[in-house]
Design a protein around this ligand. Structure first.
Ligand code: ADP
Length: 483
């Protein structure tokens, strides 16, 4: 791949690609083959400070552009992403491992965020408040917060950036981006497109390198007014603590432990297809993936058979091949975590119905068999700790109240799903689930036009929707006395 050669200078500050000051680089691997793809620059404190300064200097001009001007550039980003869909998806699969069809879906999702926020840029309205006193005019206007920092994960190396950068730019903010070290190439490609689309130098800056060092500078900076992060709950807490001294706004999309509730009146075929799609998409490495499934006891046998049938049809392998449904896990630690949860569950009485362990595909990557467990109990780690891999435990239930209570008995609160054909039950249960997102007969709730975000320890703030752009503005209240 000839495109890979320019990645050596992967730090982008004030519209220029640079290497790190120290000359250090880090390798990017293909997780399917464990072959090295390329090296990228390994930046740290100095590069991050420069990036913040560049974002800060470009803020006045960018924020004063009309919404229409910013919107036009974002439309162009949307077009370019779709024009380069195949190439971008290939790079994404190479560095991340997900099947090409999923990578294409992700690039389309990235494009959809730019389209949506190109539109929303023009709808960022303020408010006029009728005054209780004569001779006064009360207004509220939204203003961009300033420089924002975005720290993004490897599981969606393109769309998690788009979901942050598109609303930030639409609102008039400038950006310092730190992508995941596993998947910097999609970030570099996206920045290249932003540049081509007409985003002025300094408005978006990219620093690849030392996560802790870059994170520390971003947290301490008084100029960075908002930190947006998608990743693990532990790192989210660390960033929240570290942002306290400068009282930054925070937008955090953290871990999840999504339950699926399958009621006896569900359309079982649909429920089975969707359960498999939810759990095994991206090999289980999404924060809204099903982590545990509660199945009504009357339908357990039938539902289990349907799941087994569908699971046996999944084809693991190198995501670049058309027929593949299941790629590798991102790295060895990810595989070890799934294996540890499996062993814990088996030790505590669960039974394997399908799969159950690492998978040999002839490739060096860390592949894991799509695995189905029955007889899961609440004491098993898999029922409370995030798995982030292709392991699906089933537990039976008898009663609606009981299963709602179990579903809510977690520190997480990102996404939950239920399958039922009964409208009253769907309404009752969806309103009782303590989650930021609920899917009724639907495991694909994430779209650009709707607010995505968790409650409890799954995070704060919303991404997407008309709400998503509001994270990036401060509301200013202006009171005018007329004399
Ligand atoms: P995961 O476990 O899915 O890799 P992480 O929360 O560790 O999730 O990583 C998500 C993002 O957070 C990545 O870009 C990673 O480099 C970054 N990150 C990890 N640790 C820190 C840290 N101490 N400070 C700032 N960023 C961090």
């Amino acid at each position: 791949m000839t495109e890979l050669k320019h990645y050596h200078h992967s730090i982008y500050i004030d519209g220029k690609w640079e290497g790190s000051e120290s000359g250090k680089t880090a390798s990017v691997m293909n997780p399917a083959t464990l072959e090295k793809l390329t090296d990228v620059s390994f930046g740290g404190r100095i590069e991050t400070q420069k990036a913040i300064q560049s974002a800060s200097l470009s803020f006045p001009e960018w924020s004063k552009k009309t919404a229409r001007e910013r919107s036009r550039i974002l439309y162009r980003v949307h077009e370019l992403l779709l024009e380069r869909l195949d190439e971008l998806a290939t790079i994404l699969t190479l560095e991340q491992g997900k099947p090409l069809k999923e990578a294409k879906g992700e690039i389309r999702a990235s494009a959809s965020f730019f389209l949506w926020y190109a539109e929303e840029a023009n709808r960022l309205y303020g408010e006029w408040i009728p005054s209780s006193l004569p001779g006064k005019r009360l207004h509220v206007i939204p203003q961009p917060v300033g420089v924002i920092a975005a720290i993004t994960p490897w599981n969606f190396p393109s769309s998690m950036i788009a979901r942050k950068v598109a609303p930030a730019l639409a609102a008039g903010c400038t950006v310092v981006l730190k992508p995941a070290p596993e998947t910097p190439l999609s970030a570099i490609e996206l920045i290249t497109i932003l540049d081509e689309a007409g985003v002025p130098p300094g408005v978006v800056n990219l620093v690849t390198g030392d996560a802790e060092e870059i994170g520390a500078v971003l947290m301490k900076s008084k100029e960075v007014r908002l930190l947006t992060f998608t990743g693990s709950t532990d790192v989210g807490k660390h960033l929240m603590r570290g942002s306290a001294d400068t009282v930054k706004k925070l937008s955090l999309e953290l871990g999840g432990h999504a339950p699926i509730l399958v009621f006896e009146d569900a359309d079982l075929k649909r429920a089975a297809t969707q359960t498999i799609a939810s759990k095994f998409r991206n090999s289980g490495q999404t924060c809204i993936c099903a982590n545990r499934v509660y199945v009504h006891e009357d339908i357990m046998d039938e539902f289990t058979e349907l799941l087994k049938e569908k699971l046996n049809q999944l084809r693991p392998g190198n995501g670049l091949k058309d027929e593949i449904d299941l790629g590798p896990l991102i790295h060895r630690q990810a595989l070890d975590k799934v294996q540890a949860q499996l062993e814990d569950a088996l030790h505590k009485g669960a039974k394997v119905l399908v799969g159950g362990g690492p998978l040999s595909t002839g490739l060096k990557g860390h592949f894991y068999s799509p695995t189905l467990l029955k007889d899961a109990t609440d004491q098993m780690d898999v029922m409370s700790a995030e798995t982030f891999g292709p392991l699906l435990p089933l537990q039976s239930f008898t009663d609606e109240e009981e299963v709602i209570q179990k579903a809510n008995d977690t520190d997480y609160g990102l996404a939950a799903y239920l399958f039922t054909e009964n409208l009253s039950r769907a309404t009752r249960v969806s309103e009782s689930l303590a989650y930021g997102i609920v899917g009724i007969n639907d495991v694909f709730p994430a779209v650009a036009e709707a607010p995505f975000g968790g409650i409890k320890q799954s995070g704060v703030g919303k991404e997407g929707g008309s709400q998503g752009i509001h994270e990036y503005v401060n509301l200013k209240y202006i009171s005018t006395a007329i004399h």
